[in-house]
Write a protein that binds this ligand. Structure first.
Ligand SMILES: NC(=O)c1ccc[n+]([C@@H]2O[C@H](COP(=O)([O-])OP(=O)(O)OC[C@H]3O[C@@H](n4cnc5c(N)ncnc54)[C@H](O)[C@@H]3O)[C@@H](O)[C@H]2O)c1
Ligand SMILES: O=P(O)(O)OC[C@H](O)CO
Length: 353
C-alpha cells in the first residue's frame, strides 16, 4: 500500500510545483528561508513582512537582519500589503512568533479561498489557550483542520538558506494536503516526508525548544556531553509521554520531527533556544538573555503552556518544570540539576502506548 502511495506521489511530483502560487506571511529567519526553498522548488512566491525596509530588501534578494550574507532567489516578491501577497495563493504559509500569530492574522483580515492550504511553520503553544498552532490558525483564519498542514523537523533556517541537505516532516490530517505541500517544497537539498500525526509533530516541535533551553543552561554551567545526552534522552521521554496523552502516534517521536529536531536544536550553537539557555546558565537574567538573543526563542514562553498542558493531562514533565522554575521562579540552574538528579529512583521505561 505504501508503495502505491509513493508511486502516486512521485508520478505527479514536479508537474504541479511550477504553477503553485504561495504566500508566506512573516519575513523573519524561517519565513525567508522557507520562501527560498519554495522558490527553488519552482513555486511562485510572495512574502509579507510588516516593515517596508525588509520588504524592499527581500525583493532585492536579501534579508540582512535575519539571514545576513544569504542570496535569496530573485523570483521572490515581497510587500507589506498582505492582501496583495495572499491574492490567488493556493498555499498560505505562516511563519510568525507563536504568541503573536492570532492577533497578527486578525489584523490582516485575509479572505482566503476555502480550497487554500494553510501551512504552519511555527513551533510553539499559545500561552493564553494552551493550543497548538494548527488549532490557532484554524480559528484565526476560519480554515478547516483538513486544510491545515504543519512543517516541522531539524530545520535551522540558516543552514537551509545555505542549501545544506535537510529533511523535514509535512503533516496534515488530510494526506493529500500534506503531499501537495511536500511537492511544493521539494528541492535537491530539501526533502519532505509526509505524516498524518499533526498532534505529535506539533508537540515535538514545541517541547524540543524547552528541552534545548535545559541543555543550553547545563552547557552554560560548564557541563559536558553526558549531561547533554541525559537531558536529550529524558527530554524525549517527556515529549513522548505528553504526546501520547494528547493522542499522538508513538512513531512520530523517533522521527525527524521528534528525535531529529531535538538533536538539531539541543546541539546546534545557532539554535536560539539553546543559545538563550546557555546565557542563563552563564548567569544572565531572563530579561538580559532575551535582549541579547534578539529573535524568537519560542521555548521561553511555551515552557509555561507546555507545563499547563502536561498538568491538564496528569503527565510528569520534570525537565520542563525545572526550566519554568529557572525562567520564572528564581530557581538556579544548579538547584534545577540537583532536584532532577535527586528524583526517586525508577525503572527506565521506554514509552509506548
Ligand atoms: N528560525 C528557525 O531556524 C526556525 C526553524 C523552524 C521553525 N521555526 C519557527 O518559525 C516561527 C517563526 O520563527 P522565525 O525564526 O522566523 O522568527 P524570527 O524572529 O526570525 O522572525 C519573526 C518574524 O515575525 C515578525 N513579527 C514579530 N512580531 C510580529 C507581530 N506582532 N506581527 C507581525 N509580525 C511580527 C518579525 O518582524 C519577523 O519578521 C517560530 O515559531 C519558530 O519556532 C524557526
Ligand atoms: O533556533 P531555534 O532554537 O528556534 O530552533 C530552530 C528550529 O526549530 C530547529 O529545527
Amino acid at each position: 500500500m505504501s508503495g502505491d502511495i509513493t508511486m502516486e506521489f512521485e508520478a505527479v511530483s514536479g508537474a504541479l510545483v511550477r504553477s503553485t502560487r504561495v504566500a508566506v506571511l512573516g519575513g523573519g529567519s524561517w519565513g525567508t528561508a522557507f520562501a527560498a526553498v519554495l522558490a527553488d522548488a519552482g513555486c511562485s512566491v510572495r512574502i509579507w513582512t510588516r516593515d517596508r525596509a525588509t520588504a524592499q530588501e527581500l525583493s532585492a534578494g536579501r534579508n540582512a537582519r535575519y539571514l545576513a550574507g544569504i542570496d535569496l532567489p530573485s523570483s521572490i516578491e515581497a510587500s507589506t500589503d498582505e492582501t496583495w501577497v495572499a491574492e490567488g495563493a493556493e498555499i498560505v504559509v505562516v511563519a510568525l512568533p507563536s504568541q503573536m500569530v492570532r492577533n497578527a492574522l486578525a489584523e490582516m483580515h485575509l479572505d482566503l479561498d476555502p480550497r487554500t492550504l494553510v501551512v504552519s511553520l511555527m513551533k510553539g503553544i499559545e500561552l493564553t489557550s494552551d493550543q497548538r498552532m494548527s488549532v490557532v490558525l484554524g480559528e484565526a483564519l476560519g480554515v478547516a483542520a483538513d486544510r491545515i498542514v504543519v512543517v516541522s523537523g531539524p530545520n535551522l533556517a540558516r543552514e537551509i538558506a545555505e542549501r545544506q541537505p535537510t529533511a523535514t516532516v509535512v503533516a496534515s490530517t488530510d494526506l493529500r494536503a500534506a503531499r501537495t505541500v511536500a511537492r511544493a517544497c521539494t528541492t535537491d537539498y530539501f526533502r519532505p516526508y509526509t505524516n498524518s500525526d499533526v498532534i505529535g509533530v506539533e508537540l515535538c516541535g514545541s517541547v524540543k525548544n524547552v528541552v534545548a533551553l535545559a541543555v543550553g543552561m547545563a552547557q552554560g554551567r560548564g557541563h559536558g556531553y553526558n549531561t547533554t545526552a541525559t537531558i536529550i534522552t529524558r527530554g524525549l521521554v517527556e515529549i513522548t509521554r505528553l504526546g501520547l496523552a494528547l493522542g499522538a502516534d508513538t512513531a512520530t517521536f523517533s522521527g525527524l520531527a521528534g528525535m531529529g529536531d531535538l538533536v538539531a536544536t539541543c546541539t546546534s550553537p545557532s539554535s536560539r533556544n539553546h543559545g538563550l539557555g546557555r546565557l542563563i546558565g552563564e548567569g544572565l537574567s531572563l530579561e538580559d538573555a532575551v535582549v541579547k538573543t534578539g529573535t524568537t526563542a519560542e521555548g521561553v514562553k511555551s515552557s509555561r503552556s507546555v507545563l499547563d498542558l502536561a498538568l491538564s493531562v496528569g503527565v510528569d514533565m520534570p525537565i520542563t518544570s525545572g526550566v519554568v522554575d529557572v525562567l520564572y521562579k528564581g530557581l538556579s540552574v544548579d538547584e534545577m540539576a540537583r532536584s532532577l538528579v535527586a528524583r526517586p529512583l525508577i525503572a527506565e521505561r521506554t514509552v509506548t502506548r
